[in-house]
Design a protein around this ligand. Structure first.
Ligand SMILES: *Cc1c(COP(=O)(O)O)cnc(C)c1O
Length: 386
């Protein structure tokens, strides 16, 4: 069976974990944590980074920092992972689910303004497949209505957005909203098993973020020698990972460029090989949104119907290839259906029914990749002259 995903090890993970263990500093916020955080701050222009034990945790920190309270409304795409919404639901928020664009699972930024009410507090764009949402529009709305923006950049490490605002510029995803959350889950481009990071771009949040990160205490300041004892000063939790996890992540970071290059190679091969079938209308290929870059997090196809997708997945399975569908609409999930306001989110439902992801991971061999491509071509008999 060609797996859907295989976590890639660069080779240095165990070495750095050994180093972390034998320096005797096992808890969080040590040398490896700081190395990782500084790397991301410098390379991508995030004002301040804090490693977390997951992206879910980073989103929970963001929800606390945004001071989301019962009755507040948060605008979130329905086509996303549970955590995007869950983190805000835990603060008592009402989630206003937004539909996707017609051609891309990302939130349709043109719909957002109609969803804003006096109770709206936060917009959470999710950069699906690591491809940027329309951040110029979203940030303009946030400025106009005085809202906060938390980017769910779980899939978006090393991806960019070409802003067309007055000072046109290329910005890394996660550096645009007030806050952003990344994931290093083993299914993402950079991994640490479970792991994540909060990027803080708005200075106002930095001080409190460190406190929330360390169980509501000012321990980070204490370690820097800024205060001579630390105390309980706010709410929070144990959001920081141990040094062993940070050490693992550091080994991955050292190979980031190599990982990205290899994934893009695979992605481009799929795209070129399947273009002819897409032109014939059997399915659609991923469409890069305007102003977005591709970080090769995911390669997906969109079928005309649920039936055709099911047949496709089964055919691949019969050929020992594991392709998988993705999100189910959160607005009609068992947990949220009776809380949703009843709006139909047709594009989101279509992606839930019709989108399928193909195997894409560093160690996907050329022969396996060609086998997948040939199997797909075989489904549509492009080889036969009949
Ligand atoms: C993976 C993912 C998450 C959750 O990440 P964890 O690190 O597993 O908590 C959240 N949002 C999106 C869009 C994701 O893809």
């Amino acid at each position: 069976m060609i797996p859907f995903n295989k976590p890639y090890l660069t080779g240095k993970e165990a070495h750095y974990m050994y180093e972390a263990v034998f320096t005797g500093k096992l808890s969080g916020n040590g040398m490896f944590t700081q190395r990782c955080q500084t790397y991301f701050e410098q390379r991508y222009g995030f004002r301040k980074c804090l490693l977390t034990t997951s992206c879910t945790d980073a989103l929970e920190m963001a929800a606390i920092l945004c001071n989301v309270k019962p009755g507040d409304e948060v605008i979130i795409p329905s086509y996303t992972f549970v955590s995007t919404a869950l983190a805000f639901v835990r603060q008592g928020a009402t989630i206003i689910f937004a539909d996707s664009q017609i051609q891309h699972p990302n939130i349709d930024a043109d719909l957002i303004e109609s969803l804003i009410t006096p109770r709206t507090k936060v917009i959470v764009p999710v950069h699906y497949a690591g491809m940027a949402c329309d951040m110029d529009k979203i940030m303009a709305l946030a400025a106009k209505y005085n809202l906060l923006v938390v980017e769910d950049a779980a899939q978006a490490v090393d991806s960019f957005y070409n802003s067309k605002q007055q000072a046109a510029s290329t910005k890394s995803l996660g550096s645009i909203g007030h806050l952003a959350a990344f994931s290093f889950h083993e299914t993402k481009n950079l991994i640490s098993g479970e792991g994540g990071m909060l990027a803080i771009n708005d200075e106002r949040f930095i001080h409190r973020a460190e406190i929330i990160w360390e169980k509501g205490t000012n321990r980070a300041e204490f370690f820097r020698g800024e205060v001579n004892k630390y105390s309980w000063v706010d709410i929070g939790s144990s959001f920081l990972p141990s040094e062993v996890i940070a050490a693992f992540l550091w080994a991955q970071i050292e190979h980031l460029d190599d990982i990205q290059a290899k994934r893009k190679e695979h992605w481009n091969r799929y795209y070129e090989a399947l273009k002819l079938l897409a032109d014939k209308g059997f399915f659609k290929l991923p469409e890069l949104p305007v102003s977005a870059t591709n970080n090769a997090h995911m390669f997906y196809l969109i079928f005309p119907s649920l039936e055709e997708r099911t047949t496709f997945i089964n055919t691949l399975k019969n050929n020992d290839i594991w392709a998988v569908f993705h999100y189910l609409s959160l607005h009609s999930s068992p947990y949220y259906a009776d809380k949703h306001d009843g709006r139909v989110l047709a594009n989101c439902d279509r992606f839930a029914d019709c989108l399928v992801r193909l195997p894409l991971f560093y160690e996907l061999s050329e022969s396996d990749l060609e086998k997948i491509i040939e199997t797909i071509k075989g489904v549509y008999s492009v080889h036969s002259n009949k």
